[in-house]
Design a protein around this ligand. Sequence first.
Ligand code: SF4
Length: 383
Amino acid sequence: MDPITYKLNYNGSATSTYYPAVAAFTDLVIDYAEYSITPITKKYRHYLIGYRLEEPRSIEEYIFELLNLGVLWRAYGNTAVGIKYAPFRLMAQMGEWRKTHPRLKPLIDVIRGFTLSFFLVPSPIQRTDHAPRSLNDLDRLITWLEATGDFREDAFRYIRLLGYFGTLPESFIPAIMKKVLVFTDWFASESLRHMGTYTPNVNAFVSTNQSGYRWREDRFACLRSQTEYHLNMVGAEIMNRAYRNEFLSCKTKTVLLPGCMRARAEEKCEGIKSKKGITCSGCEPKCHVNQLREMGRKNNFDVMVIPHSTDLSQWKTKPGEIPSAVVGVACLSVLVQGGWELQRNNVPAQCILLNESGCKKHWDDKGFPTALDIRELKRVVTN
Ligand code: SF4
């Protein structure tokens, strides 16, 4: 079947096609950055260490953060800077409330859908050709990102970057960002060449569904560009490399699966609900979740289903507890934000992509049970 937007196992199993391809492309991105944005990330990392603002992370992660900033600026810079007034704080708060008050989520989502479009996207989104002219331009982008709710984790990261930029002469900002954007443009064209076979229908999906998603709360998650898909592929690979050892050192591991992997609709699933998620009770032998639960029994990992907006801080290790690792599974449009949320909460994590997206709620009128690459899961969990 033709994918809705992307498909990892388009030309054979993802283990033998997609995963080697994304590893090789990520190496290429990191090598190319050496002559472009790596020197900027090294200075930024030095600043973070000097002011003890965070536990220093790998240079590759900071390369990804800057690249992500470039992609977001190209995609949303004009829109964000052009907004004169919006209830930014309230909108960011709504993103929080839907996590902390799951019962109110349907109502909050309707309100969010309307306010997102009305305030944050008053006119059609167009590519931003110029670089940010000042720190203020970047500040406005970050405020906008946080208000969307979808880019909340991105915004958290860039507040520290703004702090660093604030220590530099104002005239440096456009020059630094021009460099970031040159690298971003290189990434956009190279990623199309290397990873484009896995995202064949993104452009068609976005252009066909622009108006249909206009007032929906999932408009940003579902209308991402092809470059954003490729960006998240590389981001997932970089994060997995960075947290591999920490993950492997944990004795207990839990694989967090999205609800769309279930064979039955939400109301017919007999899983047992708790604050952390849903524990499969095995009501349906053909269910992918149930099959992975069986696999977990033999390979020493737990499985849990988590609804889309679950507050991942629930997995945070409490003082005195032995750290427990998780594998986050999600579709390409939300995987990196989930990984960042886990990382912010100090949860040793790895992430695995769904082979394609297909849930009824966001992507497909009828929906179909989604799946992941079993061999990749086994490799990630058991080394
Ligand atoms: S097998 Fe498990 S996850 Fe699948 S529908 Fe039944 S209880 Fe829910």
